[in-house]
Design a protein around this ligand. Structure first.
Ligand code: NAD
Length: 485
């Protein structure tokens, strides 16, 4: 089992190779700051070779029967399954995500591939009765080469998911993993090399400003699927438009509200709020319910229970199955989250739990932060408006429903929302009122393959995890057959 010096390679044209300049980026274990491995830092020449390989492989891949492509995509899933234990350890060391939850990410990686393989035969076009005697049909055609760029929080899950829909739709892929946590994608590269034809999947690690930007601007890549922050998503839209017309889909950040109505049991509300914050990933999940909006009649009761639950969370070595929260992903990100805790204090929010590095020898090195709760948060505060993407929960008080909706919709984000109430009419009224793309009623944070996931407002463009994602990697061709009936 590798636990140090995990050295990954680029996958280009079916070969595992170093970057042209031989440059490598170190990978740091966020739990103790030890260097555990490294990955190549791909430059322009490497990305260009990857795109050329994908272009070369694309015609044959697109004309394979769907059933052949299904076999290939299932073989990637089987490869992941066969190396699941190794992947799990690498993922935990490289991200700081706790082992129990990281296990879910590994299985979800396989599930994404199986799900899209199962949808392969649904790549159907239409027949349209547009004129009396002729036949009008549409075909779904692949784009050719797809570029995918992913963030650091669920690396193997996003990497596998990034291949699934585009490959099934008949495209070849150039994938860029996150520079902070690229090691599990190195295993995926080895698996793809074994099971896929050359050039069908190419995996290039490196920095966003170098590797990612070359992918985004490459004129042969007409379809980009990006997951990451709003700022980068906007930069990608701009950069892509500078070289040619591209179809860009964006899965971006969130500042997700959970509205707690007065008819909800305070214990259940606190349990759902803390669960929805995804502390097992140190809050680093785009769908985390980071804003809890509680009706004034049960505000004190819910707040007290949230604070108790958060204070009881067990921080520990992410490899320990008992650990409920690990460190945040990187030093840079740690500093960012600390800055936001500072903004919360400076703006007058009431710090109810956490806010500091935890005491104890285990936490002296590494990017450790206590799980943190702010109360009496006002919509104008910075911690209320901006995504922190860390273990920081903000609690707000509301009096009437209109005020709750106004707070919920007061940010530029619109990814997820939760509504907690036992009244079905209230629940559906609230679900319609919130400006979010994915809404849970009496729940939080779960994803369900087959249902479209995606953000409204600045949280994104397009949907993933459903058949819409498969279709989004195709473009329509309309054919008119003029008949003489
Ligand atoms: P980020 O935007 O900093 O980076 C994401 C990826 O983009 C990385 O691979 C990075 O190298 C690359 N990148 C950076 N600059 C680039 C550029 N100019 N051109 C091309 N590529 C570039 O995001 P992050 O900090 O890694 O991840 C956290 C963010 O991702 C949060 O905002 C979170 O909410 C969001 N996220 C969204 C979803 C979703 O499904 N909506 C899922 C997970 C994470």
């Amino acid at each position: 089992m590798p636990n140090d010096n995990i050295a990954t390679k680029l996958l280009i044209d079916g070969e595992l190779v170093e970057a042209t300049g031989n440059e490598r980026l170190p990978s740091v274990n966020p739990a103790n700051e030890e260097i555990i491995g490294s990955s190549p830092s791909a430059g322009k020449a490497d990305v260009e070779r990857a795109v050329a390989a994908a272009q070369k492989a694309a015609p044959l891949w697109a004309t394979l029967s769907v059933r052949e492509r299904i076999k290939y995509v299932r073989a990637i899933a089987a490869g992941l399954q066969a190396r699941a234990d190794e992947l799990l350890k690498i993922e935990v060391l490289d991200t700081g995500n706790t082992i129990n939850k990281a296990w879910g990410d590994i299985s979800s990686a396989g599930e994404a591939l199986e799900y899209y393989a199962g949808l392969g035969l649904e790549l159907k076009g239409e027949t349209i009765p547009a004129s009396a005697n002729n036949l009008h049909i549409t075909l779904r055609e692949p784009y050719g080469v797809v570029g995918r760029i992913i963030p650091f929080n669920h690396p193997i899950k996003f990497a596998a998911n990034s291949l699934a829909a585009p490959l099934m739709a008949g495209n070849c892929v150039v994938l860029k993993p996150p520079e902070q946590s690229p090691l599990s994608a190195g295993v995926l590269a080895e698996i793809c090399r074994e099971v896929l034809p050359r050039g069908v999947a190419n995996i290039v690690t490196g920095l966003g400003s170098a590797t990612g930007d070359v992918i985004v601007r490459h004129p042969a890549i007409k379809r980009i699927g990006f997951t990451g922050s709003v700022t980068t998503g906007m930069a990608i839209q701009r950069a892509a438009a500078e070289t040619c017309v591209k179809h860009v889909s964006l899965e971006l950040g969130g500042k997700n509200p959970m509205i707690v109505y007065p008819d909800i049991d305070p214990d259940l509300a606190a349990q759902t709020a803390v669960g929805g914050m995804n502390f097992a990933w140190a809050g680093q999940s785009c769908g985390s319910s980071s804003r809890i909006l509680v009706h004034e009649s049960l505000y004190d009761a819910v707040l007290k229970r949230i604070v108790e639950r958060v204070a009881a969370l067990r921080l520990g070595d992410p490899l320990d199955p008992q650990a409920q929260m690990g460190p945040v992903n990187s030093e840079r990100h740690y500093e960012r989250v600390c800055r936001y805790i500072g903004f919360g204090n400076a703006d007058g929010a009431k710090l109810m739990a956490g806010g500091k590095r935890p005491p104890g020898k285990l936490f002296e090195r590494g990017y450790w932060l206590q799980p943190t709760v702010f109360a009496d948060v006002m919509p104008s505060m910075r911690i209320a408006r901006e995504e922190i993407f860390g273990p920081v929960l903000s609690v707000f008080k509301w009096k009437d429903e209109a005020e709750a909706f106004a707070i919920a919709n007061s940010t530029d984000y619109g990814l997820t929302a939760s509504i907690l109430t036992n009244d079905l009419n209230t629940a559906l009224r609230a679900a319609r009122a919130v400006q979010s793309g994915y809404v849970w009623i009496n729940g939080a944070s779960g994803h369900f393959y087959g249902t479209p996931f995606g953000g409204h407002k600045n949280s994104g463009l397009g949907n993933e995890e459903g058949i819409e994602e498969l279709y989004s990697y195709t473009q329509n061709k309309t054919i008119h057959i003029m008949l003489k009936l």
